[in-house]
Write a protein of this length. Structure first.
Length: 350
């Protein structure tokens, strides 16, 4: 039984190849975080080592050991653990050399060796070149599964040696139905979590089990609203905080910008009367009230500004500068005294 939900095309292809004995020696699973890449990779590892007729059975010793992460022939390779090292943000060549050595040996306790490289886009150039040699000369009973959010960040030579499988996010309705059916979540909360997860069920399930994720989201939304209404000094202070955070944890800042983008997209949808399409369904009244204070053109313009800031950060622009420009672009509320940062600077300094 394949555990992943909604990825019928990928599962069908792998199941057919498994039954026909035509599995590729290397797969590249592409999709956003929490969409199910690791679940599918482990399911394939289980299927290759499963002791039952219907594979993967999830019940035999091999399947259970792989699920628990303690099967000798299934390895997950990710970032180095030494966070103080400059190389900690990349998968290094020494890790791949260890993989090469292990891949040259026969399976120790199972039928098949499987190497799952999580965050393959983080392979250093040296590590990618080292891996390429192994992919060009595959051994029997060895399968590589590379997981990535963006295959364009990988060398084309590595991508060309793998069979690509794209894992798109589920629709909101599919994700909500899965949460209701499998997690026993009431329909309203399931719809909220499905929307906030953007169809990436792993995040939705984690949020259903851990209230702190929604609490963190609520705190960030409150902070966003405070910043929108704030004077320029507080907005600059917020920029300093985010820029400092970006140097330590880029992903956290991208998540904050995604949250801003969701909220302002909801404002746009409310403004044009599409209330049923919003993501933040628990904030309908707040969004309706806030949307009344802005023109549609203002909302659209600021959505573009948020997207531009995120793209500039991904292109290694100066984070402080990119975020300061975003603060300057916060629109002025119609008919109110809350000015944009640009307006406040103009009023203060002429």
């Amino acid at each position: 039984m394949w555990q992943i939900i909604g990825q019928t095309r990928a599962v069908s292809l792998l199941q057919h190849s498994l039954e026909a004995g035509t599995l590729a020696h290397a797969y590249l699973l592409i999709g956003p975080p929490h969409v199910g890449k690791m679940t599918l990779a482990k399911n394939l590892a289980q299927a290759l080592n499963c002791e039952a007729k219907e594979r993967p059975c999830l019940k035999c010793t091999a399947c259970q050991k792989i699920a628990a992460g303690n099967h000798a022939d299934v390895q997950v390779i990710g970032l180095a653990q030494n966070e103080d090292s400059a190389e900690a943000k990349l998968i290094g060549i020494d890790q791949i050399k260890d993989v090469q050595h292990s891949a040259s040996l026969p399976p120790f306790e199972g039928k098949h060796k499987v190497f799952i490289i999580d965050g393959a886009e983080l392979l250093s150039i040296e590590a990618a070149n080292c891996l390429l040699k192994t992919l060009e000369e595959p051994n029997d009973k060895v399968t590589f599964i590379l997981l990535t959010v963006n295959d364009k960040l990988l060398p084309a030579t590595v991508v060309s040696r793998c069979q690509r499988l794209e894992l798109p996010p589920l629709s909101t309705s599919e994700a909500a139905q899965a949460l209701a059916d499998r997690q026993g979540i009431d329909n309203e909360r399931a719809r909220l979590l499905a929307g906030l997860s953007h169809g990436c069920l792993g995040w939705a399930i984690a949020a259903a089990e851990d209230d702190s994720l929604i609490q963190k989201r609520d705190e960030e939304l409150k902070r966003m609203l405070d910043v929108i209404r704030a004077e320029c000094e507080e907005q600059f202070s917020y920029v300093n905080q985010l820029a400092g955070q970006f140097s330590q944890n880029r992903g956290a800042v991208y998540e904050i910008l995604d949250l801003w983008l969701d909220y302002w997209r909801d404002l746009m949808l409310v403004k044009v009367g599409c209330h049923d399409m919003i993501t933040n369904i628990d904030r309908k009244d707040e969004l309706a009230e806030m949307a009344g204070g802005y023109r549609l053109a203002q909302i659209k313009s600021f959505i573009n500004s948020i997207q531009a800031a995120a793209e500039q950060l991904r292109q290694n622009a100066n984070p402080r500068l990119a975020l300061e420009v975003l603060m300057i672009d916060i629109p002025r509320k119609e008919g109110g005294g809350e000015g944009s940062l640009a307006t406040q600077i103009s009023d203060r300094y002429g």
